[in-house]
Design a protein around this ligand. Structure first.
Ligand SMILES: [Zn+2]
Length: 362
């Protein structure tokens, strides 16, 4: 506290691309009528809520009191994950005028990770912010692939998420690296709910939602998450179907989480909307494979693709659970669409698959 806090914290990939950069605003803590860091120990704004993951109440008046905000999504309190360090460096007056989407570039937990594992990641994130800036965790809220959200620095306290704009903006952070991973449908859904709930409450009703990269030299929040900001803003496609309840999928030729969920229901594998452990070598040549595909260097294959390979009649020795030219050709042949071994945008094969899913006859 009170030490030098001017330097930035950068996370780079192997090629030197800045995946995330965190930093404070220029003005020192204490400007703007806030409570200064020097005066305030970490419990200036003590967590008074029980350790039950309840929603942290907004502390600021709204700029549109006549509008009833949406029901707030559940956001686990700071106490629930064991926050140990300062809650930002000062109290902000009034709602934010901008909201930024970030990614943390920390561990990529699975959608079925435990709450304990997520809490551990929160404490790790907090340690980073504390060691670099002395002000605890950098982001306002952190959303994991499970769709669960955790309060970081409180909505009315200043963090170190969007250097130069921390006093006027708030941050929605996805835990993990979305330059190389797809956000889950559950994450998008939670983020959309939070963005909607915060209007006229934590930020002005007209506050734009943007990516960190729109205002800083960084890839943050990663290309796959950046591509979903419109979905978060509008809330479109953000309501996941109830588990086990068959729903119709859009026949749009893009194979994302909704199509995978229906396929998993149809084939009897775990319904999570995720196609796990697929070879990253096939990612760019198949732009019709969108959300929920886990692209990795050392692919192990997924159960839903193995089940699909079986359904479409591939030999047992070829059922490796991996999408690729051979499996796509077999699928295209099975569906009666042109056989070229790739899933393009608005793919005819995917449309045929989606029609069959809606008809219950894969
Ligand atoms: Zn960022």
């Amino acid at each position: 506290m009170g030490g030098t806090v001017a330097e930035l914290y950068e996370i780079k990939d192997d090629e030197g691309i800045v995946l995330e950069v965190l930093g404070p605003d220029d003005e020192p803590a204490g400007d703007g009528g806030g409570v200064t860091a020097g005066e305030t120990p970490s419990d200036t704004e003590p967590d008074t809520q029980p350790d039950t993951g309840v929603v942290e109440e907004p502390a600021e008046p709204t700029d549109a009191p006549d509008v009833v905000p949406q029901a707030a999504p559940s956001i686990a309190s700071r106490a629930s994950w064991g926050a140990r360090y300062p809650n930002g460096d000062l109290t902000l007056s009034g709602p934010a005028v901008e909201v930024f989407v970030h990614h943390s570039v920390t561990a990529q937990l699975s959608p079925d990770a435990s709450i304990a594992a997520e809490a551990e990641q929160m404490r790790a994130l907090e340690s980073v912010g504390q060691s670099r800036f002395g002000t605890g965790i950098s982001y306002n809220v952190v959303i994991f692939p499970s769709g669960r959200a955790y309060q970081g620095v409180s909505w009315n306290r200043r963090g170190t998420h969007t250097g130069g704009r921390n006093s006027t903006s708030r941050s929605i952070c996805f835990a993990g690296n979305y330059e190389v991973n797809q956000p889950t449908a559950a994450q998008i859904s939670t983020a959309a709910a939070i963005f909607g709930a915060g209007k006229g409450r934590w930020w002005t009703r007209s506050a734009p939602l943007a990516g960190h990269r729109d205002v800083s030299q960084t890839a943050c929040p990663g290309r796959y998450l950046y591509a979903r900001i419109d979905d978060i803003r509008t809330g479109s496609g953000s309501t996941p179907p109830s588990p086990g309840e068959p729903g119709r999928v859009a026949v749009d030729g893009f194979w994302g989480t909704a199509t995978t969920r229906r396929l998993q229901q149809e084939l009897g594998t775990t319904v999570d909307g995720v196609v796990s452990s697929q070879s990253v070598a096939w990612r760019d040549s198949n732009p019709g494979l969108t959300t929920g595909w886990q692209w990795v260097a050392d692919a192990q294959g997924s159960r839903v693709i193995a089940a699909l390979q079986r359904r479409i009649g591939m030999d047992s020795g070829q059922r490796d659970g991996k999408i690729g030219p051979r499996t796509i050709r077999a699928l295209q042949g099975y569906l009666g669409t042109p056989v070229d071994g790739v899933i393009s945008r608005e793919s005819r094969a995917v449309m045929a698959l989606q029609r069959r899913l809606n008809d219950g006859r894969v």
